[in-house]
Design a protein around this ligand. Structure first.
Ligand SMILES: [Zn+2]
Length: 331
């Protein structure tokens, strides 16, 4: 049975991804979400902030875009529209917002904004996510690793809030105002395997392209990413790269048309996809790929309470691995 076949009779199993900003759903998990949706899952993305501090591709804003106050006033709606288009492209439900402001990168003064996600009262943020979990009762929740992939405060906060919320959602005495308790879902953490980072740095350097991940090509010397031995499994999203790329292109005011994410040479795709296949590890439940496929078809049998697993983000970064120029197709 193919992973793209429907999940079976009965209500569609629910996958909930928790992300910090509009565009993270496409960059970090676009292939995964597209694959799950194609397999019959009911896919929802909870986005914690409005992405107000993200990149702005000025020539995509439209209208009078030279006035910073005008841009600031219009950006939230633009980002909402872009996320809605991206999710539609991936086959997911309309956006769900947790209601916080973007905190900006570490050290940004916006980190001190009391309305920012980074400064949010922790229990309040957990309670908001508990309400979404109880309303949708996901079998699988996906968020970032503990470092938020690259240390962005909002990503780190999303990880913390998600892990606490999935446990709290199952405990009826916690956040009773958020609805009746639900079973704790399985949690998978999207991460970046160090061998994949190193391989990408080397491949980009070969093509004369600066890697956003630096110049180090020795996995042992990388401080970023997850050691390969700690990556439990990878998800093959090869068949969904085009969908992921189209979703990413929907974020036109954040991701420029000439962005590396949208224009990686085909040769890099092969380099990046190769190590992912070799990194598959066997476990008591069978190979990582088999476990994931089985989960896509029958999630109820693989709910692991509190059992966090890591996904290899290489299933995503190859998102960057476009084989043709992006067309900007949305929806
Ligand atoms: Zn982000």
């Amino acid at each position: 049975m193919s992973a793209t076949e429907p999940a079976g009779d009965g209500p569609a199993p629910v996958l909930m991804a928790v992300h910090a900003h509009p565009d993270d759903e496409a960059i970090a998990t676009g292939g995964l979400l597209a694959r799950a949706a194609a397999a019959g899952w009911d896919v929802t993305v909870v986005t914690c902030t409005g992405g107000e501090r993200g990149e702005v591709v000025a020539d995509q804003l439209g209208g009078p875009n030279t006035d910073p106050a005008d841009v600031a006033a219009r950006l939230p709606q633009i980002r909402r529209d872009e996320l809605a288009a991206s999710l539609s492209t991936l086959g997911a439900n309309p956006p769900v917002w947790l209601g916080y402001r973007d905190s900006g990168m570490r050290g940004d003064p916006a980190n001190d904004d009391p309305a920012s996600f980074w400064r949010a009262p922790f229990d309040e943020a957990v309670g908001r996510l508990v309400a979404e979990l109880r309303a949708r009762r996901p079998a699988l929740v996906v968020t970032y690793d503990a470092f938020g992939l690259y240390g962005h405060p909002d990503h780190v906060q999303a990880h913390r809030v998600t892990l606490c919320a999935v446990e709290a959602a199952a405990q009826p005495l916690l956040h009773p105002e958020a609805g009746p308790a639900c079973p704790a879902p399985r949690v998978d953490l999207a991460t970046t395997a160090r061998s994949g980072l190193a391989a990408t740095n080397a491949a980009l350097a070969q093509h004369g392209v600066a890697s956003p991940f630096g110049t180090e090509t020795d996995p042992q010397r990388l401080s970023m990413g997850t050691p390969d031995a700690e990556v439990d499994f990878a998800v093959d999203v090869t068949e969904h790269l085009e969908t992921k790329r189209a979703a990413l292109a929907c974020h036109r005011t954040q991701v420029a048309a000439d962005s590396l994410f949208l224009n990686v040479p085909a040769e890099l795709a092969r380099t990046v996809l190769g190590p992912r296949r070799r990194r598959r590890r066997r476990s008591a439940g069978g190979s990582g790929r088999r476990r994931w496929r089985r989960g896509l078809r029958a999630p109820a049998r693989r709910v692991l309470v509190g059992g966090a697993r890591r996904l290899s983000m290489w299933a995503v970064v190859p998102t960057a691995a476009a084989t043709q120029p992006v067309t900007g197709r949305c929806g």
